[in-house]
Design a binder for this molecule. Sequence first.
Ligand SMILES: [Zn+2]
Length: 79
Amino acid sequence: MSRCKGCGAEIEWIKTPAGKNMPIDPEPVFVLAAEDGTEVFLTDEGEVFRGKAVESGEGAEVGFVPHWATCRAPAQFRR
Ligand SMILES: [Zn+2]
């Protein structure tokens, strides 16, 4: 477990199939996958998919929120 340098939140790192490390929020969420979804999530394999976060697990899959989506200091992720 490491901490975000921008906001101090606990984050984890996940390796994408492309070999890039992506910061994620440690708590998984339920996601209804949708190609036109406005939010972006990562599988535990580091693959990016679009969808919508939902409360219940019915028909949903588990995903992780990229930390740059929830960071209170997101400017650090812009290059
Ligand atoms: Zn942060």
